[in-house]
Design a protein around this ligand. Structure first.
Ligand SMILES: Cc1ncc(COP(=O)(O)O)c(C=O)c1O
Length: 480
């Protein structure tokens, strides 16, 4: 591929960019229950305008772009107050939940390197419901994940299992508020108490709920304590680009005090160019996301967010009750917030998802893992409010249609040989063969219907899934 010799007319460029989106997920009509947090046109316009206004400012150097330092400090202070912090709580802006989590894990790791140098192979205790971003952070930062099973009915972390997992190399315990998959808040107070007894770091992952849960509490919901009011909570990640409806690229990582935050900061003078002092992973970065976040938070205001939370809470109650009333479906557990998970014992959940896609809805598949069966996930947001009735009608019809779907050939072939599959022994050729059998081998195109692929992945051990997905994506991103 080559650049055009002469620049293209502006109109052609925007026509092309608009046309490229024609195959994308259609989220504008409130029928997507994931990926997009759509607050409606007016709020979005405010975010976009502020984003464009600060697009060129560079967060690389906040001593030069003082506006960005002010915005970052104010955003961190707002979230510190929102999450029960006192005047000692400090924080920084990050590009998303993953970056906030990466920073908190780095801070914890380096804090322990300094204070407990005898720990050579640090470990993080992570309930199986903890977000994949912790596995990613652990992988990047060479921390070992010690997984702990959650309660099979509530899907909350089990403090007894957490306590049992503490060992000489443990540095950190992680809890979620709420967990992504099942939408429940872990018993953070008990987990933080275990951390305190053992002089460990306790991180609350409130990427999803940190902004919204305080509003749910004010509306009368029972929400277990998860924030800085809980003694022993060392750090919290809270995303603004989720239920605070700020444009993407906006998260805050908070620490109980400056001492804990210090190892997050990276300074480098071992080279010949400008001195680097980074608060986050990114170095050069647009001021757009920060300004947009500040603008949206101040435009919507506290009353506005409370009202949005009230509407969402009602929608969740309607949808959860409606799911329970559909023959064949079962809620995995009662949701604490706006994340709803449900499954079907006798119908293929992935076929239900494909049927819903055909009816214009996006709902998300989740593969079976440990004691959590394959299920369907909904992140219910402001734009879904008012669509509950039609959603439930289409869901019931999709369950009916999915009952007729028969398992494909690969699934039938794989089932008898599953036990003999050893992830370590699978060669690249084996993996390519499996992709070909699933109908997604070699080429760089995306499949139309995904039920069969998900059903096959669901049968495989997680390590084999990871190998297949890696090979698949490696095939996908090549020159067309
Ligand atoms: C609980 C939780 N933590 C972390 C993340 C990661 O956030 P991001 O996708 O912004 O990196 C998510 C994303 O959904 C989440 O739900």
């Amino acid at each position: 591929m080559q650049l055009p010799k002469k620049g293209l007319p502006k109109a052609d460029i925007f026509e092309h960019l608009a046309a490229l989106r024609s195959d994308d997920l259609k989220w504008q009509d409130g029928r997507a229950f994931g990926y997009i947090f759509d607050p409606g046109q007016e709020i979005m316009e405010v975010g976009k305008a502020a984003y464009a206004m600060y697009l060129s400012e560079n967060g690389l150097d906040f001593t030069v772009f003082k506006s960005l330092m002010r915005l970052e400090k104010e955003l961190a202070a707002l979230m510190a107050t929102h999450l029960g912090g006192d005047g000692d709580v400090v924080g920084n802006f990050a590009s998303g939940g993953t970056e906030s989590i990466m920073l908190a894990v780095k801070a914890a790791r380096d804090y322990f390197r300094c204070h407990r140098p005898e720990i050579k192979a640090p470990e993080m205790i992570l309930p199986t419901t903890g977000h994949a971003a912790f596995h990613k952070a652990a992988h990047y930062l060479d921390v070992r994940v010690v997984p702990v099973r959650v309660d099979p009915h509530t899907f909350r972390a089990d403090p007894t299992a957490v306590r049992r997992a503490v060992g000489p190399d443990t540095i950190m315990i992680v809890g979620s508020a709420p967990s992504y998959a099942h939408g429940v808040v872990d018993p953070i107070a008990e987990m933080a108490a275990i951390a305190r007894e053992n002089d460990l770091w306790c991180h609350t992952d409130a990427c999803m709920g940190g902004f919204l849960l305080p509003y749910f509490k004010r509306l009368g919901a029972t929400v277990a304590d998860f924030d800085f009011t809980v003694p022993g909570v060392s750090s919290i990640s809270v995303d603004l680009h989720k239920y605070a409806y700020c444009p993407k690229g906006a998260s805050i990582v908070l620490y109980r005090n400056k001492t804990l935050r210090k190892p997050q900061i990276f300074a480098c003078s071992h080279w010949v160019g400008y001195t680097i002092v980074n608060n986050a992973v990114q170095s050069s970065k647009s001021g757009g996301p920060m300004a947009a976040a500040w603008a949206v938070l101040h435009f919507v205001g506290d009353d506005g967010y409370l009202e949005i939370a009230r509407r969402k809470r009602e929608a969740v109650a309607k949808i959860a009750a409606g799911i329970q009333a559909i023959d064949g479906l079962r809620l995995m557990t009662a949701p604490d917030m706006t994340l709803v998970s449900f499954t079907a014992d006798e119908v293929d959940v992935f076929a239900i998802i494909d049927e819903m896609h055909r009816r214009g809805w996006y709902i998300q598949p989740a593969l079976a893992y440990d004691n959590s069966p394959a299920h369907i996930h909904l992140s219910i947001g402001a734009s879904n409010v008012g669509r509950e009735e039609q959603f439930l009608i289409d869901l019931a019809a999709s369950v009916g249609a999915a009952r007729e779907v028969k398992p494909g050939p690969l699934r039938q072939m794989l089932e008898p040989v599953l036990d003999s599959l050893d992830p370590e022994k699978l060669s690249d050729a084996d993996i390519e063969g499996m992709l070909a059998m699933a109908g997604i081998g070699g080429g760089s195109s995306l499949p139309e219907r995904t039920a069969e692929i998900n059903a096959v992945l669901n049968l495989l051990p997680p390590a084999v899934r990871e190998k297949l997905l890696t090979a698949y994506v490696n095939n996908l991103f090549v020159q067309d």
